[in-house]
Design a protein. Sequence first.
Length: 359
Amino acid sequence: MRQVRVDALKIGDVLGKTIYSSKGRILLGKGVKLTPLFISKLKDMGISIVYIDDGRFDDVIVEDIISEERRREALEMIEKSTQAVRLGKDFDGFALKELIHKIVEEIFFKKDVLVNMMDMRSKDNALFAHAVNVCVLATVLGKALFMDQERLELLAIGALLHDVGMVQIDPEIVNKVEGHTPEELEILKSHTTLGFETLRKKKEFSILVAHIAFQHHEHSNGTGYPRQLKEGEILPLAQIVAIADLYDKLTSDHSGFKRVMPHEACEILMGLVGKVFPLEPVRLFLRNIAAYPTGITVRLSTGEIGVVVDQNLSMPTRPIIRVFDEGENVSRRGIGLTGNVREYNLVEQRTIFISEVLS
């Protein structure tokens, strides 16, 4: 399979990965042949990228860090939990902890996998998909920092609920894309305090979970909020969540940020070291991120266009690219690896580099 921009889809393309709603329900299932109506629906939902089946890349597996089942359960759980908070009700913290245990277990025992899945979130599930992604990304970083499973579960709960205070703010302010007044910005910033107040009352959670929500917008140089804490005063777990939070916002639609590609987000994170984040967790985070995710289309310095088909764990910025001769009459499905196929392993081909990301 390969990744395609929704505005570049063609009638008859076959969906390679299932798209879910905020409640974890299937919106469009894997294997569905895309019609004009389906393509229009994807655009209406605000989805900008999808994965499609392509015979030239039948062997290419875009592997998520957690299973589809677990991601679907997490979407449903965070939707239910935040809905309860919005209504001023309690939510089932024990059920959430049980789910987090399963998520952390999947990540803890998975070896040699870079984070390279770019999810297909829609407008209706953007907040929930963001929470799940931050949970997964933070847990991956926690694992890289050699945290034990118990500590990872505490981190994962805090990451999943880091923005829970946001649901207590007027949706018109939250969903406003730009042009916030100073008063509205202060209201938005209050989500850290609101989240803290909500989570500190949950006796089934460690108080550290509440502090993750409270501190995930603090900066190493003291320019963050709500308390302008500096390096050494900020909870390390909150810093981990902050890194995951920003990376996911940068690489996703509907976050208030202009969406950039993963390799650009990695550069932005590095540029914030010493100002917003400490060096070591950022360095380890980038070692576990595929700068060029499997399935994306790129242009090489040779002028050739290809698709990232595999990763090099030792050098996440130098993946393996499969290209075809331009003008070759190749069916989009059903040919496997026949034809004049070339692959470049950029770890071995040191003089070739990616010059542009096309999808």
